[in-house]
Write a protein that binds this ligand. Structure first.
Ligand code: PEP
Ligand code: MG
Length: 579
């Protein structure tokens, strides 16, 4: 049994069969060979070894021609490893004596070899990469056209990967993927956000561990604690099974809150809206009794499509959401592409700092035809319900004005063609850069509502990449600088009488609910899976005590102190609720 600690990004616990994806998306299930087929499989293995040797030889010759003998020697070393008697003996024995599928034998054996190198604490450890290369070539030759990839999963699995991009995550088949864990990734990445939207447990930033798995073996994913357990023993499996059952009981009891208002014990009414990435998520939001959609991340329409979405694609998606919400508000955020949400085909030249580069509203204002297409679709959908539009990553008033001008221009266009739309469509902006928070008193005059995007606000305030596990400690919603910007923004909005919402992941974590209510927030937008718990917490506290919590937290000078304090408060509230 191997227990690995990562970063918890999407709650829940799951127990399932590991499916390992390397960078090429290979899927190597633990499969066995029938005794009668052993000879054929051994032959297939031998052929793959020969084919791989020929591939390496070809690369060797090409490199030798270009760079000379010295570089070609790297490939000689690969061939020597591949033809090593001991390795071949082990592979053959795995197939012949243990009846392992050759692919599984290759993956298991070479990963074990690579691990030995990896554990050496010197430059030789780099040789592990050579072994992975050999493994990949062998698998490529063994699997040939039978290569199975993520798209072809047909049974429940727990995906273990080096990294998953937001678009790869968005394309996971939700019917079969029970959860995932990745070696890379940070707490605020969109990969994590999609997992939460799907309601599946996820752990990121585990560090190197794929060398220890080849797929097919049991794995436990604990999305509460950020723990991955490989090859768990019986006792651990039994304990986690109990936990899964207990969670189901709690979920069923929280379901009873569906039609009750999110109201504090002293009568302050809170609106809890849902965050979605796909129209299909609306059902879950409705089931949990949401008050509307507070954040629709429309860029996922691009990330899951092979072609640039047309106006009709946009419109159909918006119509589905708006109609399903039956008159409740739907905040459609315009495209927030860029940074980690990249389109592979249309990515401009590589940017050195994509998070600080041409992303989000900046990209939309640069690619006006794309932006106008989206705005036309939003405006057309605006007559179908309570639609609101919101611009992401605003950092200057000029950007806000430009975006509004494009919107006004598109409105004129529609009017000219007698296409119906709501001329009074509420227009809002996200507050997710320190610049927007600091200047909010001026911006607020030109918007109908604001929504605070703490995921980016934390990243930009603390200069800590939300998707980088190395700075995950710095990236904290508890940081006093973040709390002050939140307090300041909420005060400015309240003084101007402009509705404010918090739609970053922070608002979906009950640890922050008393703090946010205490700062005067009355509108939260959270992933569907978080709605019941957040609602229950709102119903368990008074607005007066929350003010006290916020005041105390604002006096503290470190994220660590704030976190310990908020955890304590949460424990106290939960103890009272249960007791
Ligand atoms: C945010 O930044 O908090 C936010 C809600 O937007 P996203 O997570 O999509 O960047
Ligand atoms: Mg954001």
């Amino acid at each position: 049994m191997l227990r690995l600690q990562g970063i918890a990004v999407s709650p829940g616990v799951t127990i399932g069969e590991a499916l390992v994806l390397d960078s090429e998306g290979f899927r190597i299930p633990r499969r066995f060979v029938a005794r009668s087929a052993v000879d054929t499989e051994l032959e297939r293995l031998a052929n793959a070894i020969e084919e791989t040797a020929r591939d390496i030889q070809r690369n060797r010759d090409a490199v030798k021609g270009e760079l000379g003998d010295q570089y070609a020697a790297i490939f000689d070393a690969h061939i020597a490893m591949l033809r090593d008697d001991r390795l071949i003996g082990e592979l053959n024995s795995a197939v012949r004596d243990r009846n392992w599928w050759p692919e599984y034998a290759v993956s298991r054996t070479l990963r074990r070899y690579a691990k030995v190198f990896q554990n050496l604490d010197n430059h030789i450890s780099q040789r592990a990469h050579d072994i992975y290369d050999i493994e990949k070539s062998l698998l490529r030759n063994l699997l040939g056209h039978r290569r199975e990839t993520l798209a072809e999963i047909s049974q429940p699995v727990v995906v273990l990967a080096h990294n998953l991009t937001p678009s790869e995550t968005a394309n996971l088949d939700r019917r079969f993927v029970q959860g995932f864990a990745t070696e890379l990734g940070g707490p605020g990445s969109h990969t994590a956000i999609v997992a939460e939207g799907f309601g599946i447990p996820a752990v990121v930033g585990v560090g190197p561990f794929l060398a220890d798995v080849s797929g097919g073996e049991p794995v436990i994913l604990d999305g509460h604690q950020g723990v991955v357990i490989l090859q768990p023993d019986e006792e651990t499996i039994a304990r986690y099974k109990l936990e899964v059952e207990a969670a189901e009981t709690v979920a069923a009891s929280l379901g009873r809150l569906r039609d009750l208002p999110a109201e504090t014990t002293d009568g302050a009414r809170v609106s809890i809206m849902g965050n979605i990435e796909f129209p299909s998520e609306v059902v879950a939001c409705q089931q949990q009794g949401c008050d509307g959609i507070g954040l629709y991340r429309t860029e996922f329409l691009y990330l899951t499509s092979r072609h640039e979405p047309t106006e009709e694609d946009h419109f159909n998606a918006y119509r589905e959401v708006v109609e399903s919400m039956e008159g409740k508000p739907v905040v459609i955020r315009t495209l927030d592409l860029g940074a980690d949400k990249m389109l592979t085909e249309t990515t401009p030249e590589e940017e050195r700092n994509p998070c600080l580069g041409l992303r989000s509203i900046r990209l939309s204002l640069r690619q006006l035809p794309m932006f106008r297409t989206q705005l036309r679709a939003i405006l057309r959908a605006s007559v179908l319900g309570d639609v609101r539009v919101m611009f992401p990553l605003i950092s200057t008033i000029v950007e806000l004005r430009q975006a509004r001008m494009v919107l006004a221009d598109v409105m004129e266009d529609l009017a000219e063609h007698d296409i119906a739309f709501n001329r009074d469509l509420p227009v809002g902006m996200m507050v997710e850069t320190p610049a927007a928070a600091v200047m909010l008193d001026t911006f607020i005059r030109e918007v109908d509502f604001v929504s605070i995007g703490t995921n980016d606000l934390i990243q930009y305030t603390l200069a800590a990449d939300r998707g980088n596990k190395e700075v995950a400690d710095l990236y904290s919603a508890c940081d006093p600088a973040v709390l002050r910007l939140l307090q300041q923004s909420l005060n400015v909005a309240a003084a101007a009488g402009v509705p404010a919402n918090v739609c970053g992941q922070m608002s979906g974590s009950v640890m922050f609910t008393p703090l946010l209510l205490g700062l005067g927030l009355r509108n939260l937008s959270v992933p569907a899976s978080a709605i019941p718990e957040v609602k229950q917490l709102c119903r368990s506290v008074s607005a007066v005590e929350c003010r006290g919590v916020a005041q105390r937290a604002l006096e503290m000078d470190s994220a660590r102190e704030v976190k310990a304090f908020l955890r304590d408060q949460l424990r106290r509230v939960l103890a009272q609720t249960i007791g």
